[in-house]
Design a protein around this ligand. Structure first.
Ligand SMILES: [Fe+2]
Length: 266
């Protein structure tokens, strides 16, 4: 009854639901892409700035993929309500780097700012990669969208590897910075799981209204979202914070090869 495949097929095959899904997915990527250019200009490490810029460019490219899918169906992006705006809600909870400070030309980013920014990337890239993988598998019978999702999903896996790699690089051999990274990741993950629950409930309610879901289906989906949150609150959040260095051949996927990489796994 609650087949993920059927859920995404129903969304795909309805113009209004598809419009909402693509708009939301594009908006998250465009937000990351937009802020990256500004953040890259404010960091003092030129190699990190280069990788942040590359990351932002890829996010903008991914946003364009979803706008192309919309245009292919003769649709425009939908209006995004505040309760569905995942990135804005993360910022409201103080995650990442505040956009009003990005408008301040005078200041460069301090170490804590960079760690907060990369921690949010680490957590949200895993969330994004997992959701896109789910959509990609569910929509295998819709070749055009499946192709686009396959390419974006690969990109999201690269972004996740990049965020982990940068945090490991910062934490390597420095106990104070390592503790800062751990604290920042924990705080980010615990706030993100609440935002993710709230946005998922809002999204479910909107999709239910568009697709005419029965009361039973809505209750079951609400229950699933709340159970997933409970699982994450009781320890599942830790999977959003682990740091693993990619194998040597896949390191520094968004930039020039590092001269010396940090060791091991946290
Ligand atoms: Fe990404």
């Amino acid at each position: 009854m609650l087949s993920v495949r059927k859920l995404f097929l129903d969304i795909h095959d309805n113009d209004e639901a598809f419009q909402l899904l693509c708009t939301l997915t594009a908006a998250g990527r465009a937000c990351c892409g937009g802020e990256s250019e500004r953040i890259a200009a404010l960091v003092t490490d030129p190699e990190l700035a280069h990788r942040i810029t590359r990351h932002g460019d890829e996010e903008n490219e991914h946003a364009r993929v979803f706008h192309t899918l919309l245009r292919g169906r003769g649709l425009e992006a939908a209006q995004l309500c505040a309760d569905l705006d995942y990135m804005a809600q993360l910022e409201e909870r103080g995650l990442g780097f505040p956009h009003d400070r990005l408008r301040d030309d005078a200041q460069t980013l301090c170490e804590e700012d960079v760690i907060a920014y990369l921690s949010r990337s680490r957590v949200t890239e895993q969330r994004g990669a997992a959701e896109l993988r789910l959509m990609q598998k569910a929509l295998a019978e819709r070749p055009e969208v499946h192709r686009a999702l396959t390419s974006v999903t690969r990109g999201e896996a690269r972004h996740l590897a990049y965020a982990q790699e940068e945090l490991l690089r910062l934490a390597d051999g420095d106990r104070r910075r390592s503790a800062l990274v751990r604290r920042s990741l924990r705080r980010t993950a615990l706030a993100e799981i609440r935002v993710h629950r709230d946005v998922s409930l809002a999204m479910m309610s909107r999709m239910g209204a568009i697709l005419g879901w029965s009361w039973t289906r809505r209750r079951l989906l609400t229950f699933s979202i709340r159970m997933a949150y409970l699982f994450e609150r009781c320890g599942g959040w830790r999977r959003l914070t682990s740091l693993r260095m990619p194998p040597p051949g896949r390191r520094t996927v968004l930039g020039r090869p590092a001269a010396a990489g940090p060791r091991g796994r946290r």
